[in-house]
Ligand binder design. Sequence first.
Ligand SMILES: [Zn+2]
Length: 210
Amino acid sequence: MDERCTLKRCFSHPPPEVFEAARLLDAAVSAHMLGRREIAEQLIRLADMPAIAGWTNSIWGTGGPWSRPRPVNDPLPYLPEFQRAAKRMPGKTELVALLRRDGFRCRFCRMPLVRKETRDHLRGAYPSALRWESNKNIDQHTALQAMWLQYDHIVPHSRGGTSELDNMLVTCAPCNYGRGHLTLEEVGLLDPRSDEVQPSDWDGLERFRP
Ligand SMILES: [Zn+2]
């Protein structure tokens, strides 16, 4: 059988609630820009849906893909710290180029994404609607948690991957943490670099200004 037939594009498609939450958050930002703060606040609360947390936990939680690697021939070894690339993450200029290339959607599951910096601005303006305890997953806004934009290594840094842009992808938090230190082959995912980036009108809520 063709090996590609056993590979998937993503671990599990985001539930419809994610896309509904993205629509609500987009409307919240539009309301905010028009000075309609009460409506914006209400929309941010509505986007915080329990069903999204259930999906996120099924990927990054106990029993997720990271916990059951597939056997592969000649797996890449885990490198000791001193043998890993000294620079784990790309610099600011490279991150801008990466965002321009990949846009604000997960390259695996196509989930709309929001950068941490944008979420922080939004939280600063609406602290009670946008709950976010940094060390407690259960106390984070479910939609913005799943939609948390990540700069993900294709070959993991711990397995010899570099911060060069051809080894980096924009992904969502579940796809990033659900894979952990495993290679694409070990989790049975197709390499998204073989697909063109699809155009999208999702702006990552980047137009938000406090
Ligand atoms: Zn994803």
